[in-house]
Design a protein around this ligand. Sequence first.
Ligand SMILES: Nc1ncnc2c1ncn2[C@@H]1O[C@H](COP(=O)(O)OP(=O)(O)OP(=O)(O)O)[C@@H](O)[C@H]1O
Length: 262
Amino acid sequence: MLELRGVSKFFDGLPAVKQLDFAVRHGEIVGIIGPNGAGKTTMIGLISGSLPLSSGQIRYRGLDISRLPPHRRAYLGIARTFQVTQPFKGLSVRENVMIGALFGRRGLKQAAAREAADAVLERVGLAAKAHFRADQLTVADRKRLELARALALEPELLLLDEVMAGLTPTEMEQAIALIRAIHASGVTVLVIEHVMQAIMGLSQRIMVLHQGTKIAEGPPEQVLADQRVIEAYLGERYAREQQSRLGAARPVPQKEGKEEQG
Ligand SMILES: Nc1ncnc2c1ncn2[C@@H]1O[C@H](COP(=O)(O)OP(=O)(O)OP(=O)(O)O)[C@@H](O)[C@H]1O
């Protein structure tokens, strides 16, 4: 469904993403992890079109989308959320979501867009706050709105950038259930998340970025046991904890003298 070939992005000559090859199959749910500054958000920007590529190619359903503007990619079915939520602050929650329905793929008229927005708000648990102004929302509700705005585009590929950051454990459970339901409805999902328990439980496959480069890719239990991932991101103790949560049979290799993180 999605293929990145030799994709790079430089900011002022410094690489944020370097020669990245990565592909996602239709119907997958793939997690992207890596330390701060690894290039995860940049990668989402390159796929959604909010950032231009420095080099390489991105293909979506066989089409070269590398130079298409974001709205054209949205018409093709690619929607994203922003790590720092980006609502139209002066508009109501419903109006924010209606924009996706009005200007999205189906280009709905006002009444139909309102109906579509209300259905999405119901789905993300924001129906009771449809009339609130976006800037009156709590952090958790802003995250829900961010997701609702993306869902209003009726995406085939949904790119989620840290939608669980700042949520309480209960809110996180709800978010995980919602992402699972979205995936089960046929949407292919790419999730960036630092909350390991969430991403390990959700993802069929994980890709690990470090300094703009892919250092590992595979099923969660394989990635948790990968020494490069442990050194670059997880730390020994954390990897062991997560692995025992997953019930993986393979032990994480121990390394003496390594400072434990996480
Ligand atoms: N607009 C920009 N201008 C200049 N440098 C940028 C810009 N956006 C990102 N960078 C740099 O690119 C690198 C990758 O950043 P990015 O935000 O993609 O990392 P990340 O993996 O998403 O990190 P985090 O987990 O903290 O969100 C960092 O060194 C960052 O400072």
